[in-house]
Ligand binder design. Structure first.
Ligand SMILES: *Cc1c(COP(=O)(O)O)cnc(C)c1O
Length: 404
C-alpha cells in the first residue's frame, strides 16, 4: 500500500492553502509522466486511468509529440493570427482531412470550441437559414457536459455547476438524451442547432440507444438544423474509432475537438466543418489570441499524423473489448453495472460499498489513478498506450479496492 510521505503531505497542504478549492484532487503529488504511468514525488508509480479526462490519449511524454513540441518551442511558439505561421496551414489542412471537412476554426480549450460553435450556429441561422434576429434556438441534452463558461452552464442541469451563477444565457432547450421523439417535438422554425455528446462522458460514459445518432442526423437534416457533435472527450481514438460518431457511421455538421488534440502537451481545440457554415465568420467577428498558435499547430499536426496510422483507434477497440469482459466479471462483486466504448468505461459501484470516491482512494493506494463521477460511478479512461498486462494489473487493484 502506498502511503504519502511527509513531503507529499506538505505539498498538498500548500496547494490546499493557496489554491482555489474548485477541485477535490486525489491525495497524490505527481512530478512525472511516462506513457501509461504517473510518478509521484516519492517515486511511487501509478497507472493513469484518468488520462487528464482524455487529454493524454497518446500517453504521457509521447516521444514524437515531445520532439515536435521541443523543436517548435525553440523556433516560434506564439504569434497571434495577425500574421500567417508556417505550422498553421499543415495543421488545419490535415485536421480538416481527418474530419472529411473543409475548414477549421482553431481555439484553445474545449469550452471555447463549444462557445465558438454556438456563435457560429446562431450566425449561420440568421445569415443563411433566415431565422429572425435574436430568435435563434439551440437544442441540448439533459445530463450534458460542455464546459464551464456562463453560456455553457446556462444549459447544464448539474446543480453543483450552476448554483449562484445566474442570470443565464437564453436560447436553449433541454431534451432527454437518447429521445428522438422529444427532440423532434422541440424543433421549431427558429432552431439552428442540436448540440450533442455522442457519448456522455461526465454523466458516466452513457451511450445512447443504438441508432440514436443516425436519428439525430436524419432529424437535423430534415429540419435544416446543424448537428454539432461535442467530441472533445469521446473523439480522437478514445472510443475505438477516430470519432464516436463513426461508430454509427454518422457525420455531423460540426465536430468540436479539444483535449487530446493538444497531444497531452498543451491546450488545442477546434471547430471543424464545411465552408457554408465556418465561412460566415469575417475578420474581427470572432477570435482568440492563442488559437492556432505555431506551437499548438505543430503539436496538433503530429497528433493528426498519429491518428492517421489508425493504431490508437485499434488499440482502444481491442483492449476496450478485453477491459469490458474483465469488468463484466465484477458485476455482483461490488459492481452493479458496466458501460464502455473502447477504452472508456463507466463502472457503477454498489452503493453499499459507500461513495465511489472511497474506492478511488483505495485504488490510489494500490497504484491506480481513477476518478469518480456523479457519486457512484468510477470512470476508467487509461491512456491508449496501455498494455493488456497493465490493464490486468489495474483490474487486480480494482478487485482489491472493492474487497477492502
Ligand atoms: C472537457 C470537456 C469540455 C470542456 O473542455 P475544457 O478544455 O475543459 O474547456 C467540453 N465538452 C466535453 C464533452 C468535455 O469532456
Amino acid at each position: 500500500m502506498i502511503v504519502p510521505s511527509a513531503e507529499q503531505r506538505r505539498a498538498i497542504q500548500q496547494i490546499d492553502t493557496y489554491g482555489s478549492h474548485n477541485y477535490h484532487p486525489l491525495p497524490v503529488v505527481v512530478e512525472r509522466g511516462e506513457g501509461a504511468w504517473l510518478v509521484d514525488i516519492d517515486q511511487n508509480r501509478y497507472l493513469d486511468f484518468l488520462s487528464a479526462y482524455s487529454a493524454v490519449n497518446f500517453g504521457h511524454a509521447h516521444p514524437t509529440l515531445v520532439k515536435v513540441a521541443t523543436e517548435q518551442l525553440g523556433k516560434l511558439a506564439i504569434t497571434s493570427r495577425a500574421v500567417y505561421s508556417n505550422t498553421y496551414g499543415p495543421f488545419i489542412q490535415s485536421l480538416a482531412d481527418l474530419c472529411g471537412k473543409e475548414m477549421v476554426l482553431p481555439m484553445n480549450t474545449g469550452v471555447e470550441a463549444v462557445e465558438s460553435s454556438l456563435k457560429l450556429a446562431r450566425k449561420w441561422g440568421y445569415e443563411v437559414k433566415g431565422v429572425p434576429e435574436d430568435q435563434a434556438h439551440i437544442i441540448v441534452m439533459e445530463g450534458n457536459f460542455h464546459g464551464r463558461t456562463i453560456s455553457v452552464i446556462s444549459f447544464s442541469d448539474d446543480d453543483v455547476a450552476t448554483t449562484s451563477y445566474g442570470p443565464f444565457t437564453p436560447g436553449f432547450t433541454k431534451v432527454p438524451f437518447g429521445d428522438l421523439v422529444a427532440m423532434e417535438a422541440a424543433i421549431t422554425d427558429h432552431t439552428v442547432a442540436v448540440l450533442v455528446e455522442p457519448i456522455q462522458g461526465e454523466a458516466g460514459i452513457i451511450t445512447p440507444p443504438a441508432g440514436y445518432l443516425v436519428g439525430v442526423r436524419e432529424l437535423t437534416q430534415r429540419y435544416d438544423v446543424l448537428m454539432i457533435a461535442d467530441e472533445i472527450q469521446s473523439g480522437l481514438a478514445r472510443c475505438g474509432a477516430t470519432f464516436a460518431c463513426d461508430l454509427e457511421g454518422v457525420v455531423p455538421d460540426l465536430y468540436l475537438l479539444g483535449k487530446a488534440l493538444g497531444g497531452g502537451i498543451l491546450p488545442v481545440s477546434a471547430v471543424v466543418g464545411n465552408a457554408d457554415i465556418l465561412g460566415v465568420l469575417r475578420p474581427g467577428q470572432h477570435g482568440s489570441t492563442f488559437g492556432g498558435n505555431p506551437l499548438g499547430a505543430a503539436v496538433g499536426t503530429a497528433v493528426v499524423e498519429l491518428l492517421n496510422t489508425g493504431e490508437f483507434q485499434q488499440r482502444s477497440r481491442e483492449l476496450g473489448a478485453y477491459l469490458r469482459t474483465r469488468l463484466d466479471e465484477l458485476i455482483g462483486q461490488g459492481v452493479t453495472a458496466v458501460r464502455n466504448s473502447g477504452l472508456w468505461a463507466g463502472v457503477d459501484i454498489d452503493p453499499s460499498l459507500g461513495p465511489a470516491r472511497g474506492i478511488c482512494e483505495r485504488l490510489l493506494q494500490r497504484g491506480v489513478i481513477a476518478k469518480d463521477t456523479h457519486g457512484s460511478t468510477i470512470r476508467l479512461a487509461p491512456t491508449l498506450v496501455i498494455t493488456e498486462q497493465e490493464l490486468d494489473q489495474a483490474l487486480e487493484a480494482l478487485v482489491e479496492a472493492l474487497d477492502a
